[in-house]
Design a protein around this ligand. Structure first.
Ligand SMILES: [Zn+2]
Length: 317
C-alpha cells in the first residue's frame, strides 16, 4: 500500500514471515528497496505495480539493504522484468550478494568450524530454490544522494547486521527505510509472534548505527520484518534494540562468571537463552549471532579470555 506520498510498502510472504519491499517514486525514477525472494518480484511486486499503474521502466535503482537471501533473492527477476534497473548494494556486502554460495559459507555457516553450529543441508538447498543472483551494478559506501526527480533520497551506511548494510532516508517525508539495520528484541512472524533472535552480528557497529539513526530524528522507521513505527514508536524501537545489546552482553558475562570451566558459544546459549527471549527450539540457537558479537566485545575489553578446545571449538572464560 501507499503508506506515505510516493512511498509504497509491499509485504511479500516468505514462509510464515514477510519481507517488506519499498518503492520510492520520484517524477523521473523509482527506487526499489530490497528484492525479497524470486517470487516476491514475480508474484507479489509486479502484480502490485501493475494494479497501481506504477511503471516497471521507471525503476532505476534496485537497492539491496544487505547480503541476506530474503533481501537479494529477486535480483535476477528484477533484471529480467525491469529493463532499466541497476542492482545496487553496500560495497562491503557485494561479494556475498553476487555469489550465493559465498553468502552461505561466510554468513550462514560462519559458525560451523569454530563453534559447531551450521545450517542444515535442507536450509541451504531451500535458498537455491528462492534466490537467484546477478551481478551488482553499483556498490555504495554511504552518504550518497540520489535525485529521483523532485525527490531526493540519501543512502546511509548502517552496519551491524552485516558490514555493508544500507538504509535510505527520504528527504520528502523524513521516513527512513532501514531494512534489517535494527532488529528489536526479536524477529517476528507475520502473526506478530516471536520467530527468532535479533541476528545483529557486529555489536559496536550496530550500537553506533542505532544512535546515528536516532540522531537523524526520522519521522518514521520502516523495516523489512516489523510493522510501521511512526514518531515515538520508532524512537522506542531504537531504544529497545540498543538496550537489548546490553542485556545480551551482561547475561553472557554473568553466565561465564558462574561457570567453573571455559565453555563454548553453544553452551553459553543453552544456559542463558531463556533469559534472552522466548523462542522455541531450535530458533533460540540463532542467538549465535548476538552472543558471539557480545563475546567479541567482552574479549576486546579484556573481561573474557578465549581459548580453543582439543577438537578446535572456541571456549570462553
Ligand atoms: Zn531480513
Amino acid at each position: 500500500m501507499e503508506i506515505l506520498p510516493g512511498i509504497h510498502r509491499v509485504e511479500c510472504p516468505i514462509g510464515p514471515r514477510y519481507v517488506a519491499l519499498y518503492l520510492v517514486v520520484g517524477d523521473d525514477y523509482t527506487l526499489l528497496l530490497d528484492t525479497g525472494f524470486d517470487q516476491s518480484i514475480r508474484e507479489t511486486l509486479i502484480p502490485y505495480m501493475n494494479a497501481h499503474s506504477l511503471s516497471l521502466e521507471k525503476v532505476r535503482y534496485a537497492i539491496n539493504t544487505h547480503s541476506d537471501y530474503d533481501h537479494t533473492g529477486g535480483n535476477k527477476a528484477v533484471k529480467e522484468l525491469m529493463p532499466n534497473a541497476l542492482i545496487c548494494c553496500g560495497e562491503r556486502d557485494r561479494d556475498m550478494i553476487v555469489d550465493l554460495s559465498k553468502m552461505v559459507d561466510d554468513r550462514y555457516n560462519e559458525f560451523s568450524k569454530e563453534h559447531g553450529f551450521a545450517e542444515s543441508q535442507e536450509a541451504v538447498d531451500f535458498i537455491g530454490t528462492v534466490a537467484f543472483e546477478t551481478s551488482v551494478d553499483i556498490g555504495f559506501a554511504g552518504n550518497e544522494r540520489i535525485d529521483l526527480g523532485n525527490r531526493c533520497v540519501q543512502i546511509l551506511h548502517t552496519p551491524g547486521h552485516s558490514w555493508g548494510h544500507l538504509s535510505i532516508l527520504d528527504e520528502t517525508t523524513g521516513a527512513m527505510m532501514i531494512g534489517d539495520a535494527v532488529l528489536g528484541q526479536s524477529v517476528l512472524l507475520a502473526t506478530g509472534e516471536h520467530a527468532f533472535p535479533p541476528t545483529y552480528r557486529f555489536v559496536e557497529a550496530y550500537r553506533s548505527t542505532i544512535r546515528m539513526i536516532k540522531g537523524l530524528h526520522p519521522a518514521e522507521i520502516l523495516t523489512s520484518h516489523y510493522p510501521r513505527y511512526v514518531g515515538q514508536d520508532g524512537i522506542d524501537f531504537l531504544d529497545i534494540s540498543l538496550s537489548y545489546t546490553d542485556l545480551v552482553e551482561s547475561v553472557t558475562l554473568e553466565t561465564l562468571t558462574k561457570s567453573a570451566k571455559p565453555i563454548s558459544l553453544l553452551e553459553i546459549i543453552e544456559i542463558s537463552h531463556d533469559r534472552l527471549g522466548v523462542w522455541p527450539d531450535p530458533a533460540y540457537k540463532y542467538l549465535v549471532y548476538p552472543v558471539l558479537g557480545a563475546l567479541e566485545v567482552l574479549v576486546s575489553y579484556g573481561k573474557v579470555v578465549k581459548s580453543t578446545s582439543s577438537t578446535g571449538i572456541a571456549l570462553y572464560k
